[in-house]
Each structure stands twice: as structure tokens, then as C-alpha cells.
Design a protein around this ligand. Structure first.
Ligand code: ADP
Ligand code: VHF
Length: 382
């Protein structure tokens, strides 16, 4: 990590702040956020903005269709994508008006981030923009995404971007003060957690979904994002973006909401990308947990240890290694397609198996990430 990139901050802004009334973009909350960005840059920080809100901002362009209850799910999805396309330009124009420095639009899908070559290209572009004092504004490319291609929410996207940019901190601006021990919209006695030192099942259990009709994911996706970011050494804040005081506090070095402190022992860059950004396209079931203890065990997996192959994947795709009792063991890259792997695993003829595997192991040794046995929702999503 070079010293310069440690000065980077990623700011994620939720839809409710962009278009609070679904009547196009509003400067009501964005002014304070824009001032925060200007002041961060004034302090020598490089800022990357991850801005949600294209759908919320574009909704008012489709008043009749959006209110029509008879619209099919397919037509609704097409409508959302059209709203995103129309709203994205409006949102970029709105942000642009606040600044006397240039902004640049970056639209990404998960398909871009999980491909190593494209990922590295995204990283280079972000760095080049920052070196030229241009503010990158990132959003998911909602118009082209499908279920298989999308990240699905901008909390996780912002953590992936923060890791790619090697940021020092990630600030997630929401419509609430931070993470509470239970959903405060449903529980009057909910308490705010000022700091979370360890993200485990008990933290995920506190998170509920979104109550608004513009937010995506609620607290669950924010915790997933924090888990991704802290393992990269990135301090992650969830703050209330409606309150100007949140930004004043942050500038004074105070945490106005919930802080998840970045790990002192961050994962290696490629391993982090593989663990937290790439998703598995299929599963390989092995006989017992005992067989996979280390990355070396994975790399040496033999065909008779493979019990089953699930899903359809190609050579070079990422797979999840699971034991037959369901334990998640590792994420790894397969050297074989699912069809060929199934065929090899079924063979009793060891000579035939050897003819396939003597030059190439089943699992590619350079990309293996061991997983903790207790799956968290973050891992289930990866
Ligand atoms: N434990 C919790 N603490 C705080 N908010 C929670 C919790 N569980 C669920 N929520 C919901 O998450 C919402 C914030 O997420 P979301 O609606 O997706 O907004 P954003 O647009 O900021 O991403 C809160 O307003 C609240 O309704
Ligand atoms: N990409 C979508 C936003 C998705 C999203 O995560 O929204 P939010 O929960 O408001 O941050 C859009 O621009 O409308």
C-alpha cells in the first residue's frame, strides 16, 4: 500500500438523500454532502463518491407506468432500468453543479469487478482520475445488469470500490444514525452501536431490511460492506446523511454513527479480491472437512475425493469447495469445466484420470481462499 492511496476516502450516498421525494434530484441533503467532499479534498484527501439514486431520480419521468398496478414483473424491471438510465444523467448533472472541479462517471457491474483484468483496469482509471483531481462518481450500471451480473446494492459496491481504490475509509451515508441493536423503525427501545469490533452472526442478527421504497438492502448490506472493507484495513462508518452535523464530526475525526474499525492485519490484495469480490459459479462437494485444511490440501485435491459437482461452470471459473455435511471449506478456481470435472470424478480407471490430471491439478493453486467454517450472510453472498 503506498502512502498516497492511504489518503483515499469512499463516500456512499443512499437514494433517500438524492431524491427524497421521488420528484427528481433535490439539493436538500446533497449540499452538505458536497461541502463535505470539498472540505475533504481541501484537507488533502482523495474522494471517490458512490452515488445511488438513479432509479429514484428517474422515477418522476415515468409517472403513469409507475403507478399502474397491473404492470407485470418483467415490465416493472424494464421500467426500473429505464428510470435508472434517465435518472443517472439527472443525478450526474446535479452533482456536477455543486463542484468547481470536474467529475467523472463510472458505471460498473459485478461482471466487471469479478474479472481480474477489468478490475485492474477499473483501479487504474480511478487512480488516474484522482491524480488529475477529478471526482469519480460510481454507480451500478443498472440498465445492463441481470441477476447473474449485478452486485445488487451500492453498499457492497462501495466496499468493493474502496478495496479496489485501496481507500483509508469508507463512509456510508444512510437515512439513519448508524447500526442499532435492532431495527429502530420497529423497536422504540433500539440502541445505537457506536463501534463494532467484530462482525459475526450476532451483528448480522441485528440487521433488518429497508423500510423505505427507495433504499436497497437495509442494514444487512451495510454490514456485508463493512465486513468486506474492514478485512482490507478500511475503517467503515455508517452515518446519518440527513444531518449536517455528521459531516462536521467526521471532519473533526469523530464518528457520528457506527464505526467498524479496519483490521490491523489486512488481507493480501489478490486474496481479498478473490474472497470478497469474486463469487462462486458452482460447487464441488468433497467427502469430509478433514480433507481440506490448507490451501495446499485444496491444490492437491484428487478426483476420488470429489463426491459431487453442482452448477455449470467453465475452466477458470470460481467454485466453492464444500464438505458433504454442508461446511463451506474454500473458494477456489477450477482448472476444469463442471462437465469435465463430473466426468473425471466418476472414473474408476486411474490411468484415465491420470491422463487428464497429471499436468493440471483439479484446483488452480494461485487462487485459493480458505473460508471460516461458520458461514456469515456475507460469505453466503460471495
Ligand atoms: N438494526 C438496524 N439499525 C438501523 N437501521 C436498520 C436496522 N435494521 C434495519 N434497518 C433499516 O435500514 C434502513 C437503512 O437502509 P436503506 O433503507 O437501504 O437505506 P440507504 O438508502 O441508506 O441504503 C434504516 O432506515 C432502517 O429502516
Ligand atoms: N443503483 C441503484 C441504487 C441501489 C442501492 O443500493 O440503493 P441504496 O440502498 O439507496 O443505496 C440506483 O442508482 O438507483
Amino acid at each position: 500500500m503506498n502512502a498516497k492511496s492511504k489518503q483515499r476516502i469512499v463516500l456512499k450516498v443512499g437514494s433517500a438523500l438524492i431524491a427524497p421525494d421521488r420528484q427528481g434530484c433535490s439539493s436538500r441533503y446533497l449540499l452538505a454532502i458536497a461541502q463535505f467532499i470539498v472540505r475533504c479534498r481541501g484537507q488533502g484527501l482523495q474522494v471517490i463518491l458512490v452515488s445511488s439514486g438513479s432509479i429514484a431520480a428517474g422515477a418522476h419521468r415515468f409517472p403513469l407506468r409507475a403507478r399502474d398496478n397491473s404492470t407485470s414483473p418483467e415490465a416493472l424491471l424494464a421500467l426500473k432500468k429505464a428510470m435508472a438510465a434517465a435518472g443517472q444523467t439527472e443525478m450526474m448533472a446535479t452533482w456536477d453543479k455543486f463542484f468547481d472541479f470536474p467529475t467523472a462517471q463510472i458505471l460498473l457491474t459485478h461482471g466487471d469487478l469479478r474479472d481480474r483484468e477489468r478490475y485492474l483496469s477499473i483501479r487504474d482509471t480511478i487512480s488516474t482520475l484522482l491524480e488529475h483531481d477529478i471526482l469519480p462518481i460510481v454507480n451500478e450500471n443498472d440498465t445492463v445488469t441481470t441477476d447473474a451480473l449485478k452486485v445488487g446494492d451500492n453498499d457492497n459496491l462501495s466496499a468493493m470500490v474502496a478495496a479496489a481504490a485501496d481507500a483509508r475509509s469508507l463512509v456510508i451515508c444512510s437515512d439513519i444514525d448508524g447500526l442499532y441493536d435492532k431495527n429502530p423503525h420497529l423497536n422504540a427501545d433500539a440502541k445505537l452501536l457506536p463501534e463494532v469490533t467484530k462482525i459475526d452472526g450476532s451483528i448480522y442478527a441485528m440487521a433488518g431490511g429497508s423500510h423505505s421504497d427507495v433504499g436497497t438492502g437495509g442494514m444487512l448490506t451495510k454490514i456485508q460492506a463493512a465486513e468486506k472493507a474492514v478485512s482490507h484495513g478500511i475503517d467503515t462508518y455508517i452515518v446519518n446523511g440527513f444531518k449536517e452535523s455528521s459531516f462536521n464530526d467526521l471532519l473533526l475525526g469523530k464518528s457520528p454513527g457506527t464505526l467498524f474499525r479496519g483490521s490491523d492485519t489486512p488481507m493480501l490484495e489478490r486474496l481479498h479480491w478473490f474472497t470478497h469480490t469474486v463469487r462462486a459459479q458452482g460447487e464441488v462437494i468433497v467427502a469430509t472437512t478433514e480433507e481440506v485444511h490448507s490451501a495446499e490440501d485444496c491444490a492437491n485435491l484428487s478426483s476420488d475425493e470429489v463426491l459431487d459437482v453442482k452448477g455449470t461452470f467453465s475452466e477458470g471459473d470460481t467454485i466453492l469447495l464444500r464438505s458433504d455435511d454442508g461446511t463451506r471449506l474454500a473458494k477456489a478456481r477450477s482448472n476444469y469445466s463442471s462437465r469435465l470435472l463430473k466426468f473425471i470424478a466418476k472414473q474408476d480407471d486411474s490411468k484415465l484420470v491420470d491422463s487428464f490430471t497429471h499436468e493440471r491439478s483439479l484446483i488452480a493453486p494461485q487462487d485459493i481462499a480458505l473460508l471460516s467454517p461458520k458461514a456469515t450472510p456475507m460469505e453466503e453472498k460471495s
